[in-house]
Design a protein around this ligand. Structure first.
Ligand SMILES: N[C@@H](CCC(=O)N[C@@H](CS)C(=O)NCC(=O)O)C(=O)O
Length: 241
């Protein structure tokens, strides 16, 4: 088994960005979240994060074990997988540009999470609902349009055309943008129906990624955990509009 992915069971979360890259690459991997019952899987994720003798313990899941390498941070995992599986350009400029786009996607993922947990991740949504309603209103009004406009602009400026974010080939950033658009559309169906119309190249990219044979097979399989209200992208009607 080439890789082991450690992530919380029962939700897509940030682990999904890694899964999409592994699936598109056709890589063999063990997904700890799906190996056993949820309690055992969660315990394993905690246990293996900082085993004795490991000098590079990740701060939080997802983390990927590749032989002796243990890599935390979604964007760092993707940087590694991108280089190994041809999911990023070979040039330093291209590699950095894909990484920069991924980090921007990661920023938006955190902001999406913070719409339902604006005060503390350790509190229930219901205990911070009033703040969540305010935070989500701003996210819908200013942040979704600003990020989507930036992704649209990146596609428009790509000298090789707007099919991919970078150059003329698929990169892990394209997979991640697909996941971001899917998650936002699940969480904020009303707002996204409005906003994605203003970003037609982003919408086309998301559609194109969904139709790639390996991604389509993965999405149709039981390996794809459905969106739910445990993950980052949660649909709470009070937060949409
Ligand atoms: N910046 C990190 C964030 C990692 C993260 O926040 N992981 C969550 C699950 S999605 C977690 O379990 N965090 C525990 C914590 O922050 O204490 C990444 O992109 O991977």
């Amino acid at each position: 088994m080439a890789y082991t992915l450690y992530y919380w069971p029962g939700l897509q979360g940030r682990g999904e960005f890694v899964r999409l890259a592994l699936e598109e690459a056709g890589a063999e991997y063990r997904d700890v979240a799906k190996d056993s019952d949820e309690e055992t899987a969660a315990a394993l994720v905690m246990e293996q994060m900082a085993p004795a003798g490991l000098a590079t313990p990740p701060f939080a899941p997802p983390y990927l074990v590749d032989g002796k390498l243990v890599i935390g941070q979604t964007s760092a995992i993707l940087l590694h997988l991108g280089a190994k599986h041809g999911l990023a350009p070979k040039s330093e400029n291209g590699r950095l540009w894909v990484h920069q786009i991924q980090l921007t996607i990661a920023d938006m993922v955190t902001e999406a999470h913070d719409t339902h947990h604006p005060i503390a991740s350790s509190l229930y949504y219901e205990d911070q609902k009033a703040e969540a309603v305010k935070r989500a209103a701003d996210f819908r009004k200013t942040r979704i349009p600003k990020y989507l406009a930036w992704f649209e602009d990146v596609l428009t400026r790509n000298p090789k055309g707007p099919r991919f974010l970078v150059g003329a080939r698929l990169s892990y950033a394209d997979l991640s943008l697909f996941q971001l658009v899917s998650g936002l559309s699940y969480a904020f169906p009303k707002a996204m129906a409005r906003e994605i119309e203003k970003a037609p190249k982003v919408a086309a990219l998301a559609e194109m990624v969904a139709q790639r044979p390996r991604v389509a097979a993965y999405l149709a399989s039981d390996r794809r955990i459905p969106f739910n209200e445990y993950g980052i992208f949660r649909h709470y009607p009070a937060l949409d509009g």
